[in-house]
Design a protein around this ligand. Structure first.
Ligand code: SIN
Length: 282
């Protein structure tokens, strides 16, 4: 019997794992246990951890290859760590829209490991959406219409200062952006993505980075995309995580969207984020 325990947060998504110190316990059995829990629950949470930046990187390397973001600057010494430091007087926030991390990459991030250093006394939760459950609940007709079509993803709206919605997502004072060509790059991915390990199908579009369906205009795409966003974020497909200092969340971007609540102005929130290199969605 395992010494570790997973307690689901909701029927479809999210589980808290107990009995593991990520800084010292990650032997092969523990890594296998976490991988399996991630496949089952989409996002797993740990409480009471204490991770230096190097330990955070070491944890990430047990599960994949940490990547350096082409647009958002990492810390000076460890470019693979993005420090999401939102001061008390900063109204703008990072991640405050449903998204799958870096879906605009040709090979979007496999997973994300987020570590809470400083948490507001109230607010600052993160919401997660189960895109497998959302796909399963579609009608047969909608599934067959979506299977086989692709959507265009790009950072140009979310991260481009010239983009009309740019300011909505940018936390100018909290994060530094490198305005490379990656901002304007467009990549087409299947609207229904098959997880390479579990074989499960998930809806793979998100309102932060998906622009339109391939070979369709924005206007033609919008009604169906809006429907898919509204459907995927129905409360029964979501869970909500209330952070404490030392909490860690590890989510699988291949089948999960997330949304960072921006409801704590007047308090600081500091998170360290590492994303793992992913594969080409199929
Ligand atoms: C993110 O979108 O990657 C950050 C989520 C959060 O800060 O809760």
């Amino acid at each position: 019997m395992s010494v570790w325990e997973s307690r689901p947060l909701a029927a479809g998504i999210g589980a808290e794992i107990f009995g593991l110190d990520l800084s010292s316990d990650l032997n092969a059995d523990a890594v296998r246990y976490i991988r399996q829990a991630l496949l089952t629950h989409g996002v797993v949470f740990f409480r009471g951890q204490k991770l230096s930046e190097d330990q955070h990187i070491a944890v990430a390397k047990k599960f994949g290859e940490p990547e350096v973001h082409p647009i958002v600057e990492g810390t000076e010494d460890r470019p693979e760590i993005i420090r999401i430091d939102k001061p008390a007087d900063e109204p703008a926030s990072f991640g405050t829209e449903w998204h799958s991390d870096n879906s605009f990459f040709a090979r979007p991030s496999l997973g994300t490991i987020l570590y809470a250093e400083e948490i507001p006394p109230v607010g600052g939760d993160t919401l997660f959406a189960d895109m497998y459950g959302a796909y399963d609940a579609l009608s047969g007709g909608m599934k067959s219409m979506l299977d086989g079509i692709r959507a265009i993803h790009s950072a140009k709206v979310a991260y481009d200062p010239a983009g009309s919605a740019g300011a909505k997502f940018r936390g100018e004072a909290t994060l530094k952006y490198k305005y490379s060509d990656a901002v304007h790059e467009e990549n087409a991915h299947p609207v229904v993505r098959t997880h390479p390990e579990s074989g499960r199908k998930a809806i793979y579009v998100n309102p932060m980075f998906t622009l339109r369906f391939e070979n369709m205009t924005d206007a033609e795409s919008k009604p169906l995309l809006d429907y898919l966003y509204q459907h995927s974020t129905r409360p029964e497909f979501t869970c909500r995580f209330h952070w404490q200092k030392g909490s860690v969340a590890f989510w699988d971007n291949r089948g999960v969207m997330h949304y960072a609540m921006n409801d704590y102005v007047g308090h600081r929130r500091v998170m360290n984020r590492i994303t793992l290199e992913g594969d080409k969605p199929r």
